[in-house]
Write a protein that binds this ligand. Structure first.
Ligand code: SF4
Length: 253
């Protein structure tokens, strides 16, 4: 008998169409080394449910297919992760049904696609960049020490996938908490010899309730980060920096 892969997919036809929210099930032929994206591609070739209904192809997002862009992040069997690295044989070793759902902390676009603009907005809010003054020749920047590089490299691996926000209980419709990814970027850019020049501006942006104080210390972020970024350490580091800056400002008053 031909080996197959069973998928149960949460669908919705558009952002403002909650009445179309439903589960649909599909069965596709198994192939060696298949991942969730290749299973979705099989559905796209022939979008017919297990009930025999011809439906619109499932909508999902993916770009790099090597866990670098973060765009294919979704809930696979209830766990937030990239679907490109979700290998069918690993997540369904005995042919168990694989469930796919969109992330819940971002606005839904359609089916498995969400709008992660919130994360990009938060990166802007915290000034997650090195400011350059014009395009003229500035000469070489300050040298970065080996220790500094070693501390910065793991922090720089963030791909803004959104897993940490999805897992964080402090991220919800009524909170403006910037979240672990943006706080990690504050640590990263404040470490950089040129980025340091704007460290205090960056810290000002995360001093309020929506900044570092918004963290409830659940530590879920570090558990789900696919890049194993030490997010809890980053939040603690930024918290120390903001405290120092507050004390300094108070002493200068
Ligand atoms: Fe994804 Fe980790 Fe970056 Fe959060 S910190 S967005 S989980 S890569």
């Amino acid at each position: 008998m031909e080996r197959t892969v069973k998928l149960k997919i949460r669908r919705q036809d558009g952002p403002h169409r909650p009445e179309t929210r439903r589960w649909e099930e599909f069965v596709v032929p198994w192939q060696p080394r298949m991942n969730v994206i290749s299973a979705l591609m099989e559905i796209r070739k022939n979008p017919v449910t297990t009930k025999g209904e011809k439906v619109a192809p499932v909508v999902w997002e993916s770009v790099c297919l090597e866990e670098v862009c973060g765009s294919c992040t979704m809930l696979v069997n209830g766990k937030v992760r990239q679907s490109c690295t979700a290998l069918v044989d690993a997540i369904s070793p005995h042919g168990e049904t694989i469930t796919l759902e969109p992330m819940s902390k971002f606005p839904l676009v359609r089916d498995l696609v969400v709008d992660r603009s919130r994360m990009f907005g938060d990166l802007k809010k915290v000034h997650a960049w090195i400011q350059l003054d014009g395009t003229h020749e500035l000469g070489p920047g300050p040298r970065q020490s080996q220790e500094n590089q070693e501390e910065a490299y793991p922090l720089s691996r963030c791909m803004t996938c959104g897993c940490c926000l999805e897992a964080c209980p402090q991220i919800n419709d009524s909170s403006g908490f910037v979240g672990p990814a943006a706080l990690n970027q504050v640590r990263l850019f404040n470490l950089h010899p040129s980025g340091k020049l704007h460290a205090s501006e960056r810290l000002e942006t995360v001093m309020g309730e929506d900044g570092v104080a918004g963290c409830g210390k659940a530590q879920n972020c570090v558990e789900v980060c696919p890049k194993e970024i030490p997010l809890v350490d980053s939040i603690a580091s930024v918290a120390r920096q903001t405290t120092k800056q507050m004390l300094f400002k108070w002493l200068l008053k």
